[in-house]
Write a protein that binds this ligand. Sequence first.
Ligand code: UD1
Length: 369
Amino acid sequence: MKYKIDIIVGARPNFMKAAALFNEKDKYSSIEFRLIHTGQHYDKILSDVFIDEFNLPQPTCCLGVGSGSHTYQTSKIMMGYEKWIEDHRPHICIVVGDVNSTIACAIVAKKNGITLSHVEAGLRSFDRTMPEEINRVLTDSISDMLFVTEPSGIANLANEGHSMDGIYYVGNVMIDTLVRLKPKAEAVRYYSNYDLNRGEYAYLTLHRPSNVDDPKTLVDVINNIEWMAEKIPVVFPIHPRTKKNLIGMKLIKRLELCKGLIMIEPISYIESLSLMINARLVVTDSGGLQEETTYLGIPCLCLRDNTERPITITNGTNTLIGSNWELFRNKVVSICNGSGYDDKPCIPYWDGKAGGRIVERCYQYLIKN
Ligand code: UD1
């Protein structure tokens, strides 16, 4: 008999995390690792491309839920995953991150008496207007094994009354995948496709509802991006949510006409990592990019009021901008003039081995239960 572990992916940021777990599979012949793809993201460039790049197996099960309201998406995933486990019950369900697929499968697994592991547990922005914060708090509240990336996660879980017995500080699976694929990304030099030079451009990503759903906020962001593009070329792969809103709010033309702004379709992980490694600075509202820039030592300006990843500020290169555009402009100028590259201490366990620690812990659990 083989033990069965389901690993859930749905949206773009899940694939690099799942990849770090699948990378361990050859060490455990008694475990069958199954990739379950909910279909929350379905465009090739937001989903399938990662399966190839990370050398992930084809999904054992595709739920094909697609886009919709949060209720629609979450409930469809729940129904689909429940049907899957009726006939293919796993011993452990591993969910990663904080997207709708995470909470949906977590509820189904737990209610069906399956051991639930959450990778990236304990992160808190304390901002419950963020859909991801609701997903984090709820997923952690029912998880049996809580795998934590940074010390704040342990403190947050302890404050919420979790027993230390189920909390494991294992490090960061995002960094595992970064470490593994960095040499490939370094070889790509993706910036040269846009006639840019190493260290002489900014890399921008933007997709949070708090930045792109409200017209007034989005106009503020665009005004400042236009200002930045006069100082330094800006490469901007545009997320479908952002594109849809820019078109709907009739703002896309403005960006297309902005000299210095290179707006491109979404790109693959290797392409994105290549742009990040060689950028002068990164401007983003992504959680993953805050961590990746910290590991790489690239200055990061985060267009959010808060972060669930405070270690990227205390031990890293991240600055929270929120709507303080004066701070933003001062930072852009000083980074362009060469600041922001001070040595920072390494973060314990962000060493490329987090996936190994997680799978070993799961294996120990399986042989004892
Ligand atoms: C989701 C996650 C977010 C994560 C982000 C990364 C939740 C609540 N949010 O946000 O945490 O940072 O993924 O991308 O789970 N769309 C496409 N093609 C696709 C998928 C979506 O065009 O393959 C478009 C659709 O118009 C859709 C919109 O993007 O309505 C938003 O997609 P959705 O999955 O709802 O959320 P994201 O904004 O991508």
